[in-house]
Write a new protein. Structure first.
Length: 311
């Protein structure tokens, strides 16, 4: 019994250290607790979503790791969103910093109060106003752009929505209604100026298809995709795990998109089961609730009368 207890303690320590490493990697914080956690716990309302809502369920699951990679690949196909990344982002020098910035927006919108959402939306809108420049359309004409342009915001939104939904459908644990997820997440981007967003799954696919003529893969696209496939930040076991998740994300794209991107990934029959195993392992290591979810649940319990609380 003493031997078993020792093994359990050692196993618990190892699990805790790996969990800390993963959370620190994603949050940019050494203690694994995002610096914006207090913003999520503060506030006097329950926010846009409840824990049972599709948007909360999807964004709380580790399948978002694969969904995020797919979204980056998809977004890179549009010369406008690509220009914003290449001309204004330090993605090659500070990939993890850019990652944590994206996660901040996603998690505050999902788990924060409406007041926190407005604060975060102001931050993002101000950042978008500084991101501007020029890019060439597929017909050769030059276009001035700003990150706040409604068509570019819409592209980023639908690429994001489709990617996270697709990843959850393949690797998520809890079943959700796709139409509900599309409709709910549309509400989170309204403060950014994205209106007339798809309200169901069919509209989402139709909006994505409407951008097909604007997409392309050129040398700039290949450079960004190469970085997404093999970020130098990752080494050792982390690099191996990431390569599996990248391959899984790549195989969630359409065949046309895969051919256009043209990278060499692990075979589908190898990558998908390995990715499933990795997702299950990460869920076990991290446990049921992240620090941000815990902060959100604490706020929900604080602002909701016990008789009204269903969580």
């Amino acid at each position: 019994m003493q031997v078993n207890a020792t093994k359990n303690r050692v196993g618990g320590v190892i699990r805790s250290r790996i969990a800390l490493y993963i959370r620190a990697l994603l949050s940019g914080s050494d203690n694994g607790v995002p610096e914006w956690t207090p913003l999520v716990e503060e506030g006097e309302d329950t926010g846009l979503f409840k824990p049972t809502d599709a948007a909360w369920v999807v964004h709380a699951d580790v399948a978002t790791m694969i969904g995020g990679i797919r979204a980056l690949l998809l977004q890179a196909l549009h010369p406008g969103s690509l220009a914003g990344v290449m001309q204004h982002s330090r993605y090659e020098e500070d990939a993890l910093g850019r990652l944590s910035g994206t996660i901040r927006w996603l998690t505050i919108c999902t788990f924060g109060s409406k007041e926190a959402l407005e604060v975060e939306s102001v931050r993002v809108r101000e950042m978008h106003e500084r991101v501007k420049g020029k890019f060439a359309n597929n017909d050769g004409t030059e276009r001035n752009y700003k990150a706040s342009d409604t068509d570019l915001l819409m592209w980023v939104h639908v690429a994001f929505t489709d990617s996270f939904l697709t990843a959850h459908q393949h690797y998520g644990v809890k079943e959700i209604n796709p139409d509900e997820y599309v409709r709910q997440w549309a509400g989170a981007v309204t403060p950014l100026g994205v209106v007339n967003t798809p309200s169901n799954f069919d509209e989402l696919k139709a909006t994505l298809a409407s951008y097909d003529s604007q997409l392309r893969v050129d040398d700039k696209t290949k450079r960004v995709i190469k970085f997404i496939q093999n970020p130098p930040t990752f080494t050792g076991m982390t690099k191996l795990v990431y390569s599996i998740m990248f391959s899984a994300a790549f195989h969630l794209l359409t065949e046309e998109q895969q051919k256009a991107i043209g990278v060499k990934a692990m075979p589908k029959e190898v990558a998908l089961p390995l990715a499933t195993f990795i997702m299950e392992t990460i869920r076990f290591i991290l446990g049921p609730n992240s620090p941000l979810e815990t902060a959100a649940l604490n706020r929900h319990l604080r602002v909701t009368k016990p008789s009204q609380s269903s969580y």
